[in-house]
Design a protein around this ligand. Structure first.
Ligand SMILES: [Zn+2]
Length: 500
């Protein structure tokens, strides 16, 4: 630890200092092709198989704007209550970077497509209106892979490889205005903003917004000033924070670190910092470039973008219900508490439950399956709920079969296993594997009589009023019917037979 890594405990830091946060979020758009060429954008393809002269920046190639990317960006801008520019241009941002083949990035500078909006965020029951400075469009860089080092970073690596598949994928940058006044809630507010933004983007169908695959990436700005000071402090920019939890931790750490710097009479340096997932700490990166370092100028190879007003209005008219409004509506319809609804959303189960209810299940049953059994399966497989090989309609059918008494919970779990294994729809599984509940009274009665005959001492105890002993007989019947009997009915039959 160096002196600058001394920390002030969080509570003490926010008691004396006022944090101001800001977030810059990069979103890879889910367009089929890249921003300025026709290359495909599939994630995880063999390195350097999705490239062409344009995205490799070869001499003589010329970019053409992807219309769908413009439409998606306008959709995002409108959903964030922004003004859509009537005319704007792309700019060249010049800097050298090995995974950027052209040595400049086509971005937007002083003429962004969308400006001056807001997003309401719920922070512990209080609405925080986060101002949106701008939403602009640019192209992503490629990816470097450093081989031979212990950490996967360039230091200590034997050599580096570069993959240009990602170079040129449309990237939207969403920049907030500075967010003052959150005090001790600053870390939570940052996390809640990114969560709400992610849900909004998902509802707009413009990106798959997977933080773990890098299609949603966050830079977190934090500054600290003594309470009551006339000016805000100097901000640091923590780069590429790759999970919601890390967003919260990065702000928390920067507050604790900057408070220590200020306590010691030092000055916070304006710089980029790297967040380390394993320790929850940040370390200094490069000192922050100023805009002039990038030598911006209007991109000469592209015409200006001037979206017609009627097109913008068409896009506005087709916007989906905002996630916050939808959550409020569903919460009322399903009669859930705020906490239950938040848990559902955080587990990524909200849409699945909604679709299961739409397919005929009761909200309570739909929640029970997705939050219980299926969440366990997804956890065990290390997968997202939505990646499970079972559809909401199939879950609704299982739930229907349980309600009708065809399946008990145990059998329902077996049916779900079989569906997950690809054995077909629930009805097929029930038919081919004979998994339905045995409801044939005479078969059940026979099984009960056999269990009593095989366990005379237990039967005698039950006759003497020791009702708990009936569990042994129930177990024997369930075993004989391979778990396919209706347990409640079996218990009734045992009691009838033993006159207890
Ligand atoms: Zn290309």
């Amino acid at each position: 630890m160096t002196v600058s890594d001394t920390l002030v405990p969080f509570a003490a830091a926010v008691e004396r200092y006022e944090p101001v946060i800001g977030l810059e979020t990069h979103v890879e758009l889910g367009t089929r092709t890249k921003m300025f060429c026709g290359c495909t954008t599939t994630f995880g393809a063999e390195p350097n198989t999705q490239v062409c002269p344009v995205c490799l920046g070869l001499p003589g190639s010329l970019p053409v704007v992807n219309r769908t990317a413009i439409e998606y960006t306008i959709r995002i801008g409108l959903a964030l209550n922004c003004t859509i520019a009537e005319w704007c241009r792309f700019a060249r941002k010049n800097y050298f970077y090995p995974d950027m083949p052209k040595n400049f990035q086509i971005s937007q500078y002083d003429e962004p497509l969308c400006t001056d909006g807001w997003l309401d965020v719920d922070v512990d029951g209080r609405t925080l209106r986060v101002g949106i400075e701008r939403v602009h469009l640019e192209e992503d860089t490629g990816k470097s892979l450093h081989v031979g080092g212990a950490t996967g970073r360039i230091h200590g690596a034997a050599y580096s490889l570069v993959d240009y598949n990602r170079a040129g994928i449309p990237l939207v940058e969403i920049v907030t205005k500075p967010i003052p006044g959150t005090g001790a809630d600053a870390p939570v507010a940052a996390r809640r903003y990114v969560t709400e933004l992610r849900d909004l983007l998902r509802s707009l169908h413009v990106s798959d917004v997977r933080m773990e695959e890098g299609s949603l990436r966050c830079d977190v700005n934090t500054s600290l000033a003594p309470r009551g000071a006339a000016q805000w402090g100097t901000r640091t920019e923590t780069k590429n924070v790759n999970s919601l939890r890390s967003v919260e931790r990065a702000v928390e750490f920067e507050i604790e670190r900057q408070a220590a710097v200020l306590d010691a009479g030092g000055r916070v340096k304006q710089e980029t910092r790297h967040f380390h997932e394993d320790t929850g700490t940040t370390t200094a990166g490069r000192s922050k470039e100023e805009a002039q370092d990038y030598r911006y100028f209007p991109e000469p190879d592209l015409v200006p973008v001037a979206p017609p007003r009627d097109w913008v209005e068409q896009i506005r008219a087709a916007l989906p219900e905002p996630p916050a409004a939808r959550r409020a509506r569903l919460r009322a319809e399903w009669d859930l508490s705020e906490a239950d609804m938040a848990a559902l959303a955080n587990a990524g189960a909200l849409d699945l439950v909604a679709e299961t209810v739409a397919a005929g299940a009761s909200p309570a049953d739909a929640r029970k399956w997705w939050r219980g059994e299926l969440a366990r399966r997804a956890n065990a497989a290390g997968a997202e709920l939505s990646a499970l090989a079972i559809s909401p309609a199939q879950v609704a059918r299982v739930s229907e079969l349980v309600a009708a008494g065809t399946l008990n919970d145990k059998l329902a779990r077996q049916v779900i296993d079989a569906v997950l294994d690809g054995a077909g729809d629930p009805d097929e599984v029930v038919a081919t594997r004979g998994l339905a509940v045995v409801s044939d009274e005479s078969a059940l009665t026979t099984a009960v009589d056999e269990a009593i005959a095989a366990n005379p001492e237990v039967a005698a105890k039950v006759r003497d009023g020791k009702v708990a002993a009936a569990g042994v007989l129930l177990g024997a019947v369930m075993k004989a019917t391979r778990g396919q009997a209706d347990a409640a009915r079996v218990r009734e039959l045992i009691m009838e037979r033993l006159g207890s």
